[in-house]
Ligand binder design. Structure first.
Ligand SMILES: NC(N)=O
Length: 888
């Protein structure tokens, strides 16, 4: 920057200058207002750097771009590799799990509110923001591993509550979860609308109304698989922008020395210097607290570069409570935990949180502090609306900075908004519609309801955005209020999975009691401190601090007290019995859920997750306190940690998911270069099958291991299958052919078809009207079906090229001919106990049986059993290799 023309009048501050960087752009003096801003009473005030057309293009264009991108990605992978991207199906690997967590946890507040904290409190602001949000993710990771262990088939967190604590608690937590979604959505709308308004001049209320359209389009286009792909792209873009910003501020344009000197100079200014600094035509417009000028209230020596900051600490506590609330009560995080591969959940969460930490920390340490240090005339109102990083980006990069910030934010808004829409839709579908309105809802009915909810939610978002703008609330206000509204749900939600004695009455009393006490505290402190309760006063630090602490602590005391008085002594068994929907099958194999595996995962996360938490939340701040006001060397070390962490996190989060998916990516490239033909769809490669086979001493055949699978629904079924398996002994390693016979016992006239090596013939007889369609049709590769099922996933036992029921045939259209017996040839590709079991359970067949080459024995066995009642839901399913087919 050129030396400011009007800077000489600020002579007093020049005594702080110690060094200047020799790059032309850093040709500024520490603490001076750049010439372009002298006499300006706000940074943006009526001067948007981009035209309105750019605003409309960004608001709507990002949604269109992401929709097209995800659709093409999913299509290419399917055509080139014959798989659905191996990301859904409860089978998401570590890198992508981390990427998704980072993307979901990156809100507009992550960029905007953290920089607001830096602008207000200095270095401690970003630090406490990042710590507050990171530890909630780490602890949620522990819940996620427990979820895998205890309730692998659940769809929503409220299902757990219902199964364990009943209806009153269920309704209470549905309310809390929906409030969490509304709050997060409000922050998206407020931050997004304020930014697009400041950068392009589009009316904020109108922007709020437009934002949901891109979100709805994206949600409709993406589906779960696409969402994961888009999350990766979003995370990548955020990290690239992060690195560019950090590098520009601390290396390319300025230096850590210059930023340090400027921060010290500005915090050292006296009242009269500030008055002189913000002046136009000889008249000052300076008001204390409106601009960053002079000592920082409640900071050691008033400095920006100290961790001894009461303001920073208070905002950190507010951040911790609010973030616990928004992670624990936000269904979208439970949804990520549900789809993550159980073996990877713990690593994904820890990696995700370590990587995520640096986003608010480094971005606010660069753009947020630079907003102060570079003397930009940002007002407290602009900062509260989240405009600090945009202002700094515009100052640093001009129009490119405006486009970069707006695009990045709208990417975040679109993906987080979509996750919120999906979360609300899951809650309404599973916890309201299926639970209270239509308990026997089919997957297609659920899908229709879910689509309707997403559209209604999107439109509601628009109305909410307009209303919030009308009420004059800003991002910072809502962020601080979050813990007051939902902080009381945190401890009961932890207890639902972690504490066997936590009882229902305590949970309900804790949520409502904690919320009421928190609201009362918030209002009381506001009245006591300011003498009147206004929207502005309610948005200040102390009332929010009191409200947040009371929400968390009082609810904890209530729940613990009630539970100790009357312990529930819950055995968690029913949580593992939650019904899955048709098509919602994959990744549920026992191999992924062995108690040893999950216990190890939990122990791992407790050890390293808590270690990381203690490191960042205790060790780091404690070590930095003795420094008081940082020396320049200490500050340089601080910046060095920030830059190095940012670079390492960027490389990790961009390349690890690519490395894990290298097979699919290579397949797509080869297909595009015409080096590879389109592949016939097949189920995604299943680690699970390998693990299963290994665990049962099976053999490898064609890259797949096979031995024995069996499944049962419920205790009795499992035991029977177990007994049968042990009667038959261990399968021979030579076995390679499997003959599968499924006999819905209600129609159990066994029929047999020929078999050949690695071919199986399945005979099913189903009534024409049966709803037991899709025994195989929920496979990802049966596109009509998978589209219909929406959430259908890639990892399925059979490579289905046929449908086995008349019903599914009708629905699926063209298919291989079904014989009059309903038999159809299938190629056995992968199988896992869990998949079979899930499938069988989700069909609610009365019974199914698998026989070997000696299939007639199975048939005989089936008919000996007779026709079970149609209401029976027991399933006994065994799959045995041919060589062992002779029963001993
Ligand atoms: N996700 C947050 N709290 O930035």
């Amino acid at each position: 920057m050129p030396l400011a023309q009007g800077s000489r009048q600020l002579g007093a501050c020049k005594i702080y200058i110690t060094r200047k960087v020799l790059t032309p752009s850093a040709n500024m003096t520490a603490g001076e207002i750049p010439a372009a801003y002298v006499g300006r009473d706000s940074f943006f005030g009526g001067r948007p750097p981009l035209p309105q057309e750019a605003g409309y293009a960004i608001v709507l264009g990002v949604g269109v771009f992401l929709s097209l991108f995800t659709t093409i990605m999913v299509y290419m992978d399917k055509v080139a590799n014959g798989t659905a991207i191996n990301i859904a199906g409860r089978n998401v690997k570590t890198g992508l799990t981390a990427s998704v967590i980072v993307s979901q946890w990156t809100w507009v507040a992550t960029l905007l509110q953290s920089s607001n904290a830096a602008w207000n409190y200095g270095v401690s602001g970003p630090f406490w923001y990042a710590v507050g949000a990171t530890i909630s993710i780490v602890l949620f990771g522990i819940l996620a591993t427990e979820l895998k262990r205890r309730a692998r088939t659940c769809h929503t967190v409220c299902e757990l509550v219902y199964v364990r604590w009943g209806k009153a608690a269920h309704l209470t937590f549905i309310f809390c979860c929906l409030v969490a979604n509304v709050i997060v959505t409000s922050m998206l709308l407020l931050g997004g609308a304020a930014t697009v308004n400041a950068l392009t001049g589009v009316d904020a209320a109108f922007a709020s109304f437009l934002i949901p359209w891109g979100v709805i389009l994206y949600t409709a286009a993406s589906g779960l698989k696409g969402t994961f792909a888009a999350s990766y792209v979003e995370t990548t873009i955020v990290f690239l922008a992060l690195v560019v910003c950090v590098y520009t501020v601390y290396v390319k344009e300025y230096s850590s020395d210059l930023i340090y000197d400027s921060l010290q100079a500005i915090s050292g200014m006296t009242e009269s210097e500030c008055v002189a600094r913000f002046m136009k035509d000889g008249v000052t417009f300076y008001e204390a607290g409106t601009y960053s000028c002079g000592p920082v209230v409640e900071n050691n020596s008033g400095s920006y570069v100290t961790m001894l900051s009461m303001g920073g600490l208070k905002s950190g506590i507010i951040s911790i409570v609010g973030n616990f609330g928004t992670v624990f009560a936000d269904q979208s995080y439970w949804q990520s935990a549900i789809v993550a591969k159980s073996a990877n959940v713990h690593k994904g969460y820890l990696l995700g949180s370590m990587v995520w930490f640096i986003i608010p920390f480094a971005l606010a340490t660069s753009l947020g502090l630079a907003g102060v240090a570079l003397g930009l005339p940002i007002t407290a109102g602009e900062a509260g609306s989240g405009l600090v990083p945009s202002a700094t980006a515009v100052h640093l990069f001009g129009d490119f900075g405006a486009v970069m910030m707006a695009s990045m934010l709208f990417m975040i808004i679109t993906s987080t908004g979509s996750a919120q829409g999906n979360a609300v839709s899951s809650l309404i579908c599973y916890d309201v519609y299926r639970r209270y309105i239509n308990p026997s809802a089919t997957s297609s009915q659920i899908l229709k309801v879910s689509q309707a909810v997403i559209v209604v939610f999107g439109l509601g978002m628009g109305a909410l955005g307009v209303a919030l703008n009308h009420m004059g609330l800003n991002l910072g206000w809502v962020y601080q209020f979050t813990g007051i509204a939902i902080g009381s749900a945190v401890v009961p939600l932890w207890n639902v999975l972690m504490w066997k004695d936590a009882n229902a009455t305590g949970a309900v009393a804790a949520v409502w009691g904690g919320m009421i006490l928190a609201l009362a505290t918030w209002l009381t402190i506001c009245q006591a401190e300011f003498g009147e309760i206004t929207v502005d006063n309610l948005g200040t630090l102390n009332p929010n601090l009191g409200g947040n602490i009371v929400a968390l602590c009082s609810s904890a005391l209530i729940h613990v007290g009630c539970s100790l008085a009357s312990p529930q002594n819950y055995d968690f068994e029913p949580m593992g019995q939650i019904d899955v929907l048709e098509g919602d099958l994959s990744g549920l194999g026992d191999a992924n859920y062995s108690p040893e595996l999950l216990a190890k995962a939990k122990a791992w996360l407790v050890k390293y997750g808590l270690g990381f938490t203690i490191l960042i939340a205790v060790v780091w701040p404690v070590l930095s306190l003795p420094a008081g006001v940082f020396t320049k060397d200490y500050w340089i070390f601080w910046v060095f940690v920030s830059i190095s962490w940012a670079f390492i996190a960027t490389v990790t989060i961009i390349f690890l998911p690519l490395y894990e998916s290298r097979g699919s990516i290579l397949g797509v490239f080869m297909f595009m270069l015409c080096l590879k033909k389109a592949e016939k769809a097949e189920p995604a490669k299943s680690e699970e099958a390998h693990q299963l086979a290994r665990s049962e001493g099976g053999l490898e055949r064609g890259g797949r291991r096979w031995s024995l699978t069996r499944a049962g629904l419920g205790q009795a079924g499992a035991q029977q299958a177990e007994a049968r398996a042990s009667r038959r002994g261990t399968p021979s390693p030579a076995s390679r052919e499997v003959h599968l016979r499924l006999l819905p016992m209600a129609r159990s006239q066994p029929r047999f078809s020929q078999h050949a090596a690695r071919r199986i013939w399945v005979t099913l007889q189903l009534p024409q009207s049966s709803n037991a369609q899709l025994p195989l049709s929920s496979t990802a590769q049966l596109s009509p079906s998978s589209r219909r099922l929406g959430s259908s996933t890639a990892q399925l036992p059979l490579s289905s090229t046929a449908q086995l029921s008349w019903g599914s045939r009708r629905r699926l259209g063209a298919s291989p001919p079904l014989t009059s017996t309903g038999a159809a040839p299938l190629t056995l590709r992968h199988c896992s106990r869990g998949s079979w079991r899930s499938w069988a359970r989700s069909r609610r067949w009365s019974a199914a049986r698998v026989a070997l080459a000696g299939a007639q024995q199975a048939g005989a066995m089936a008919s000996r059993r007779g026709t079970p009642s149609a209401s029976s839901r027991s399933v006994h399913l065994g799959l045995l290799p041919l060589a062992r087919s002779r029963l001993r």
